[in-house]
Ligand binder design. Structure first.
Ligand code: NAD
Ligand code: DAU
Length: 390
């Protein structure tokens, strides 16, 4: 007997859901609960086999847009990008995407109605990049950080439960674990206690607690990733590395906080995004994965590496007043993601930095548009000096 066409989508959706549940049960019974490395079976039956539709939040920002580009290029996923287009959200970051599998919705993650209206019933996963992400701005005023980073995360978790979304991936940060001593033997692991030291980090730590609470209380499938400092194309120039780069390209002074010997653990953005895709597809429910490229650098070293690559003088560097409560050192131990998910960075510091420098040098109009009036006002207020409108 021929099925009525109207029932066909329902029928296949039902079969797909049953299959997904069978897969999920099978994987969690036989693979995901085993300690240590995931088995070959878990690799054969991964989330990838029943993921189709992703709801990415904050996808107009630096890392979210890189993730969307990667996921569209390397998978068949359909992607909704839900982003409020704050000062950090840039439609230029989304130019040239394959529109047949991608749609943009402008909305605020802390707005329950907007999220409810945008999140389709058949969404398989939420990947939450949406955040206020700049530490200096959180020190100037924390309120918007609490709304987006904390309330926004809770709204997404509630919506995920209501819509029976299969998995939520929370993009967190190494900053939730506070600051390490300069002693080179100490690293952040997944078991390092949360000890955030600035308002941004505190808001991200609160979000992690809410994600874990949703997992433990309601059985929501959640995974948390914690990464260090990303660099690469399309990063807003308020952040240190693109600030150094864009100021150096304009022969403008480079503000270095304090003694400039603070240590960050740098990773090329596409390597981070490949790890997120891997965690989405293969990560174990309820777990945290630290993502890092074993690439600690002092800020002064980052600045001089960029100046040298551009053939500019080190005299552009200006030591300026330090950031209050400045975390001395971040350093990630990425052994778990390397061992369990077989992830490795592809870029070295040298190759990633060269790609980044090339991108900024070749995309002068993107740089000029981001260094717009609002950014120049922020810059003048924060640093007490002006940058050019070029
Ligand atoms: P970003 O500031 O470049 O982008 C943030 C994006 O979120 C923007 O597109 C913005 O419009 C959007 N957004 C902000 N508030 C929103 C709201 N209320 N509703 C919907 N969208 C909103 O940030 P990024 O550097 O790409 O960071 C992305 C995520 O990764 C953040 O969660 C951040 O905490 C985390 N993270 C960043 C780094 C890093 O080095 N940049 C490292 C580790 C983790
Ligand atoms: O570690 C991950 C975190 O990295 C992310 O969670 C944050 O979203 C991201 O902004 C970044 O936080 P940092 O505070 O480490 O990044 P930022 O680029 O602001 O600063 C990097 C280092 O450079 C830090 O030690 C402060 C210093 N700095 C920064 C600025 C803006 C300067 O010396 N001068 C500056 O003008």
């Amino acid at each position: 007997m021929r099925r009525k066409p109207i029932l066909k989508p329902l029928f296949s959706r039902f079969r797909y859901l049953r299959l997904a549940h069978k897969n999920q049960d099978f994987v969690s019974r036989h693979c995901w609960r085993k300690p240590g490395a995931i088995t070959p079976v878990a690799r054969i039956i991964s989330n990838k086999d029943f993921m189709r539709k992703l709801f990415v939040t904050g996808g107009a920002g630096f890392i979210g847009s890189s993730f969307i580009r990667l996921a569209l290029a390397q998978t068949d996923y359909e992607i909704i990008n839900f982003d409020a287009l704050t000062y950090a959200g840039n439609p230029d970051n989304l130019e040239g995407l394959d529109e047949s599998r991608y749609r943009f919705i402008c909305g605020d993650v802390a707005d329950r109605e907007a999220v409810g209206a945008a999140l389709a019933e058949d969404t398989d996963a939420i990947i939450n990049f949406a955040a206020e992400s700049h530490v200096d701005r959180s020190i100037a005023s924390a309120e918007q950080f609490l709304r987006t980073n904390i309330l926004g995360t809770q709204v997404l978790l509630d919506a995920a439960r209501a819509r029976r979304v299969r998995r939520v991936v929370q993009i967190s940060t190494d900053e939730v674990m506070g600051s390490l001593p300069e002693d080179e033997t100490a690293f952040f692991t997944e078991n390092t206690p949360l000890a955030p030291k600035n308002p941004y980090a505190a808001s991200k730590a609160a979000a992690e607690h809410l994600v874990n609470a949703a997992h433990h209380t309601f059985g929501l499938d959640t995974v948390i990733t914690r990464c260090g400092n990303n660099y690469g194309p399309r990063q807003f120039p308020e952040k240190f590395l693109p600030l150094v780069l864009s100021n150096a390209l304009h022969d403008e002074p480079i503000p270095l906080y304090g003694d400039g010997r603070y240590v960050r653990d740098w990773i090329y953005v596409e390597d981070h995004c490949r790890a997120i895709l891997n965690v989405l597809e293969n990560g174990r429910s309820g777990e945290v994965y630290n993502i890092g490229a074993r690439n600690e650098r002092r800020n002064i070293e980052v600045a001089t590496a960029i100046l040298d690559a551009l053939g500019k003088s080190h005299s552009l560097i200006r030591h300026v007043k330090d950031r209050p409560g400045h975390d001395r050192r971040y350093a990630i131990d990425p052994s778990k993601v390397e061992r369990d998910l077989d992830w490795r960075p592809r870029e070295t510091w040298e190759s990633g930095l060269q790609k980044t420098i090339n991108w900024y040098a070749e995309n002068g109009s993107w740089v000029a548009r981001t260094r717009n009036g609002a950014y120049r006002d922020y810059y003048a207020q924060h640093y007490g000096t002006e940058i050019s409108a070029r």
